[in-house]
Design a protein around this ligand. Structure first.
Ligand code: ZN
Length: 242
């Protein structure tokens, strides 16, 4: 039996605030949702641990989402360490480069992520790929841009001869609106107090900090508080709290 088109989604899920919000968004809209993450020798295994914990918490706290949430896939991308020397894959301090990009930038990383996600989706009979890339709080990653994603949607659909759709629910919203979206999706889950529950889950279990800091707890979650990822998250939280 073949599933209906566009009923099944694969979420590129890192265990951070953005992809957790995208996952919640997907769980309210699709019949089956699977997740994919990439192990590319992150300096801090914390990110991979966070994604496992977030998935477990979502299953534990949200009854309807438990029914929809399918398999989680982790793909080995250690090859990234061979083609780049960045602060994400090597023991190099986080810094901004003269290009204006953080040295965490791995050229074409999202192109690779989406290509592998599409290959996996093909095999799993999934046609919708969902990613939390965003142009609003633009961190300078060129392969996170809307045009990059639209080009990839066409390239992957042609290249695999299958009609893929790439959904980017966060593309045009800022970080304050991302907190609001998480609240709204939690509320829409059918779980009593689901909005507050998803916010609390994101504060406690998601990981965004570039430095892998899980020792400092702020009202917006754990992190060093000063890397660009922490700053974005904290500013968004403060604006959302108003
Ligand atoms: Zn940080």
């Amino acid at each position: 039996m073949h599933p209906h088109p566009h009923r099944h989604a694969l979420v590129v899920f890192s265990g951070g605030q953005d992809s957790t919000t995208c996952l919640a968004h997907a769980l309210n809209r699709f019949e089956r949702v699977e997740t994919v993450g990439f192990d590319y020798g992150q300096r801090h295994r914390i990110e991979l641990a966070a994604r496992t914990e977030v998935l477990a918490q979502m299953r534990a706290r949200f009854g309807r989402w438990r029914e929809v949430l399918g398999e989680d896939h982790v793909l080995d991308l250690s090859v990234l360490g061979q083609v780049s020397q960045t602060s994400l894959t090597r023991e190099v301090a986080f810094a901004m480069e003269s290009s204006g990009l953080p040295n965490s930038f791995v050229p074409g990383r999202n192109v690779l992520f989406m290509t592998l996600a599409a290959a996996l989706a093909y095999r799993r009979d999934i046609t919708v790929l969902i990613t939390g890339v965003c142009e609003t709080d633009f961190s300078g990653y060129p392969d996170c841009r809307d045009d990059s994603m639209k080009a990839l949607q066409i390239a992957l659909s042609l290249g695999m001869d299958k009609r893929f759709r790439i959904d980017t629910p966060l593309m045009w919203i800022d970080k304050a609106q991302t907190w609001q979206m998480a609240h709204d999706e939690g509320q829409a889950s059918g779980t009593p107090q689901g909005g507050a529950a998803l916010i609390e889950l994101i504060q406690e279990h998601t990981h965004t900090c570039y430095l892998g800091d899980r020792t400092h707890r702020h009202d917006w979650g754990y992190g060093c508080g000063s890397c660009p990822a922490c700053e974005l998250r904290a500013q968004g939280w403060r604006r959302w709290q108003g």
